[in-house]
Design a binder for this molecule. Structure first.
Ligand code: SF4
Ligand code: SF4
Length: 303
């Protein structure tokens, strides 16, 4: 029997999502038993021409992690889109921009200036920066264009499903693979994780009072964090109220507040706005009393 073909690809990524596939441990053997992997740059030596040689739609599913920042990444995801039946945005960077998405706070020139000239570990007296074309006498070397902005995968190609997380946890990856293999997928466009907020599943939820107030904002390194109590009660920002659950509360169990990598629950367009509104509603209260305007301003300045 012909096995379904599967591709894994990475764009602007730290490699953690690739590690997450390896973290399937013995389950990876079940995956390789059930499918034929036709592209996986981190582990197998397939080339772009091998993908080009496939018929359109021949790959059952491509799991693509990382955001899209370069012309090469755009070209590869467009090729995979043409050759695949399904595209899964794998991990926060492909889903929402993730850490590479923070690059959108700076211009391309500022990034090059910092990375290749100003960073303390850089030794670059001639101020050389990567060029798209370099003549080396015996020929020309090329590098892909580095775009002005970072894009999510669905800002570049059509995406069928989203596997959230930084990186997605092994149980959600296996659930997704099983759902694909057995044809039990939800509606297209779905995020393959529970549609509940982190606060609904958090082991500290019982310590979060109904009426909550934050009189100041602390950084995790400024205090000894109580490992049992809700972070908001300890004046630490936790994005749990605005974030989808399904990660197994990994950060919270490691005594770090939720950083929001699973994105919002269904129906919320802007996770950041939802988080800000949740925090703004409890900030600036001292017990039942509202803080003065000056107090709030001082709090914002300190934050
Ligand atoms: S989602 Fe997280 S683990 Fe995956 S590539 Fe992005 S930063 Fe790395
Ligand atoms: S705010 Fe954070 S620590 Fe508190 S209940 Fe929600 S997820 Fe848990």
């Amino acid at each position: 029997m012909t096995k379904p073909k599967v591709a894994f690809y990475w764009c602007a990524s730290c490699g953690g999502c690739e590690e997450a596939v390896v973290d399937l441990n013995e389950d990876i053997l079940k995956v390789t038993d059930a499918v034929d992997i036709v592209l996986w740059p981190v582990a197998l030596d397939f080339k772009k021409k091998d993908v080009e040689a496939l018929s359109d739609g021949e790959i059952a599913v491509s799991f693509i992690n990382g955001a899209v920042r370069t012309a090469e990444q755009e070209e590869m995801v467009k090729l995979l889109s043409q050759k695949s039946g399904l595209i899964v945005a794998f991990g926060s960077c492909a889903h929402l921009g993730g850490i590479p998405g923070l690059g959108n706070f700076c211009t391309r020139d500022e990034i090059f200036q910092t990375a290749y000239k100003d960073s303390p570990s850089t030794e670059n007296p001639e101020g050389t920066v990567p060029q798209e074309k370099t003549d080396i006498g015996i020929g020309e070397l090329t590098l892909p264009e580095f775009y002005d902005t970072v894009k999510t995968l669905d800002q570049t190609i059509s995406v069928d499903y989203y596997l959230p997380g930084c990186p997605p946890p092994p149980d959600l990856i296996m659930n997704a693979i099983n759902a694909i293999l057995t044809g039990q997928l939800p509606e297209k466009g779905a995020v393959l994780a529970p549609n509940k907020a982190q606060c609904d599943t958090c082991p500290r939820a019982d310590t979060r009072p109904e009426k909550l107030s934050m009189a100041e904002i602390k950084r995790p390194w400024e205090i000894k964090i109580d490992p049992e109590k809700c972070f908001l009660v300890q004046d630490l920002i936790c994005l749990g109220p605005a974030t989808r659950s399904g990660c197994g509360e990994t950060c919270i169990r490691a005594n770090m507040p939720c950083r929001g990598c699973f994105g919002p629950v269904d129906g919320v367009i802007d996770q950041g706005a939802r988080a800000l509104s949740a925090i703004a509603s409890i900030l600036g209260l001292e017990g039942e009393e509202k803080m003065t305007e000056e107090g709030i301003q001082e709090l914002i300045n300190r934050s």
